[in-house]
Write a protein that binds this ligand. Structure first.
Ligand SMILES: C[S@@+](CC[C@H](N)C(=O)[O-])C[C@H]1O[C@@H](n2cnc3c(N)ncnc32)[C@H](O)[C@@H]1O
Length: 196
């Protein structure tokens, strides 16, 4: 199997098992961002089966990715996928709840892609690990287009709560004077927050 075959198999399996992974547009943006800004050290919150970590790791030479996953089945699948791609030296996969992880290292890029209602908490927990010129990128900021809808038009209470939290996160980013955030309509929406 070529690397490309393995990547296609990872994506197909994720789709079949309903594991949410980043969109093609989203990962293309991240890959180009890594190359353009000479990103070396990446922290990812939410590995799932390792797809985005693998893609980020392959974006350029000298990239290392630390990624966190709390779900055991997904963690084991990610471990298998990383090994099959031969990227064990590039990716450090942590089997933990991100809120229980304490890291000392600094990262040039932090990619938040875990429980969407917790975005602000992840941001606030890990920004101390961001380098002085670093960037935090958050996925699913449009939440399947629901973020642009009026809350009263969303029937499900749980979904309404989720959308409310994402809207609050958007306001938190817009009001945060330590970062300049751009909201990109790529994939499911990306927020790109760079330290000022
Ligand atoms: C959208 S998926 C990640 C997709 C992956 N980044 C990709 O694009 O290939 C989100 C993952 O975050 C994990 N997750 C959610 N909350 C978490 C937490 N507090 N700590 C660690 N992992 C978490 C979920 O189990 C899920 O597998």
């Amino acid at each position: 199997m070529t690397k490309e075959d393995i990547l296609n198999r990872i994506k197909e399996d994720a789709l079949n098992q309903q594991v949410p992974i980043i969109s093609d547009e989203g990962i293309q943006y991240l890959t180009q961002y890594i190359q353009k800004h000479s990103v070396h050290r990446i922290l990812e919150v939410g590995a799932a089966v390792g797809y985005s970590a693998i893609m980020m790791c392959m974006a350029a030479d000298d990239v290392t990715v630390t990624t966190i996953e709390r779900d055991e089945t997904r963690y084991l699948e990610a471990l298998k996928n990383i090994k099959q791609m031969g990227l064990e030296d590039c990716i450090q996969l942590l089997y933990h709840d991100a809120f229980d992880v304490s890291l000392e290292e600094e990262f040039d890029l932090i990619f938040i892609d875990a429980a969407k209602a917790q975005n602000q908490k992840f941001f606030e927990k890990f920004e101390k690990n961001l380098s002085s010129t670093g960037t935090i990128i958050t996925d699913n900021i449009d939440f399947h287009g629901l973020v642009n809808r009026d809350l009263q038009d969303i029937q499900s209470k749980n979904l309404r709560q989720m959308v409310r939290k994402i809207k609050n996160y958007i306001s938190f980013l817009e009001d945060n004077t330590h970062y300049r955030t751009r909201f990109l309509k790529l994939g499911d929406g990306l927020a790109v927050s760079t330290r000022i």
